[in-house]
Design a protein around this ligand. Structure first.
Ligand code: NIG
Ligand code: FE
Length: 399
């Protein structure tokens, strides 16, 4: 199959490139008047000029073709919604105040407890179908609304079931340490998380800890990451959302694949990340929804660091998994160029899931996870006309 008459083929990377950092991000390749060839779900070739003969030809009508989105941070398996808290938030309560009143994560945990596994799967699949139709072809989903062994495992089984039900790549992260479960003291609950790791590891690819003010400390995080390491679970840490938490430094120390949120950072976090293999991931959807500062994307990239952006899709701080909106916020609020923002929501995000050798860019041999736009679209227009529908077709593994 060949898609031809592509006005702009964006997101091209040479094979072997696993991430783009600093000034490399603006060099994420673009070709004009291009074609791309796909065989057995894989990108086999692309170029400009004469289109090779092929059985199936798809006319892109001069539109944009780009790598599909990779959303490296979501909590989209949850039950019910938190619309009631939305009203509290509009009345002036902060995220922390809502949580302190027993709302927030604990509210979602109560509802999840009373929801059957099948129902949880069905409710979550509504969101999965939505984000796939909006161009996401790789998705990470965290546990963390169970907060007791049986319910955490229930969530992880649902995440695995989603992975079997859709063609997208789905990665599961055990986030037992999301909040202290009801009925536990803080230290009892950290011990319970340590106990859960053995069973959770069978159903998880990664481990996460909400290392932030009012949730889990650097010491708790160290204990949990040390216990998870023998199970081969690499870390993805929630850090620096509510305070400068030390989460970035502890993540780097334990070789985390990513440290995520980063609404509040100093130059010490930039220094800690320099030379590490840890991807900083910013979540502008939560800054938008909670009215938090946006992460210092420009400072990170200008300091030579790589950067990924993700949706954080969850019922409390980012009730949207729209990665095109994330890309647009990257441009509008974080001052990334459209090409840099594209690298952040595709290749670098795939790195944050350890799969940038498989997907995340237009590269020969990678999965054909692609978005073809309606006619008349360019990469720059995605951030500019940021709410106008632009997708004509999403290809996941060439289908
Ligand atoms: O990434 N910060 C921690 N966890 C989520 C919010 C979860 C919730 O409020 O339900 C986040 O923002
Ligand atoms: Fe999160």
């Amino acid at each position: 199959m060949i898609i031809f008459n592509i006005g702009e083929l964006a997101g091209i990377a040479p094979s072997g490139v696993r991430l783009l950092k600093g000034s490399e991000m603006k060099d994420f390749g673009v070709l004009h008047n291009a074609w791309i060839q796909i065989k057995d779900g894989v990108i086999t070739d692309f170029g400009t000029g004469e289109v090779p003969a092929d059985s199936e030809l798809i006319d892109a009508q001069g539109g944009l073709v780009m790598p599909a989105f990779c959303d490296s941070h979501t909590h989209l398996v949850y039950a019910g919604s938190r619309e009631g808290e939305f009203l509290d938030k509009l009345a002036g309560l902060t995220y922390e105040q809502i949580a302190a009143r027993g709302g927030g994560i604990l509210n979602s945990s109560d509802v999840l407890h009373d929801t059957s596994e099948d129902d949880l799967f069905e409710q979550s699949m509504v969101r999965v179908r939505e984000v796939l139709s909006k161009g996401t072809a790789t998705l990470e989903i965290k546990s963390g609304y169970g907060l007791r062994p049986s319910d955490e495992l229930k969530m992880l089984r649902v995440i695995r079931r989603i992975g079997s039900a859709v063609p997208a790549i789905v990665k599961a992260t055990f986030l037992g340490a999301h909040a202290v479960g009801r009925g536990y003291s803080h230290s009892e609950y950290v011990d319970e998380v340590l106990n859960m790791i053995h069973d959770a590891a069978e159903l998880s690819d990664f481990i996460d800890v909400f290392c932030d003010e009012g949730f889990f400390t650097v010491e708790d995080t160290e204990r949990i990451l040390s216990a998870a390491a023998p199970f081969g679970l690499r870390a993805k840490i929630h850090a620096n959302e509510l305070a400068v938490s030390g989460g970035v430094q502890v993540g780097v120390k334990y070789g985390a694949l990513s440290v995520d949120h980063l609404e509040r950072t100093t130059d010490a976090e930039i220094e800690a990340l320099r030379g590490s293999s840890t991807m900083p991931v910013m979540l502008p959807g939560s800054s938008f929804f909670l009215g938090l500062p946006y992460g210092r994307a420009r400072a990170f990239v200008d300091a030579g660091l790589p950067l990924a952006l993700a949706s954080d899709y969850n019922p409390g701080s980012s009730p949207s998994g729209d990665m095109r909106f994330v890309l647009a916020l990257g441009c509008i609020k974080m001052k990334l160029t459209p090409v840099e923002a594209l690298a952040a929501v595709t290749l670098n995000a795939a790195y944050a899931l350890g799969i940038s050798n498989e997907t995340g860019s237009v590269t020969r041999g990678k999965r054909a996870d692609l978005i073809m736009s309606l006619p008349g679209w360019s990469l720059t227009r995605l951030g500019y006309n940021y709410t106008t529908p632009f997708i004509r077709q999403v290809f996941i593994c060439g289908k």
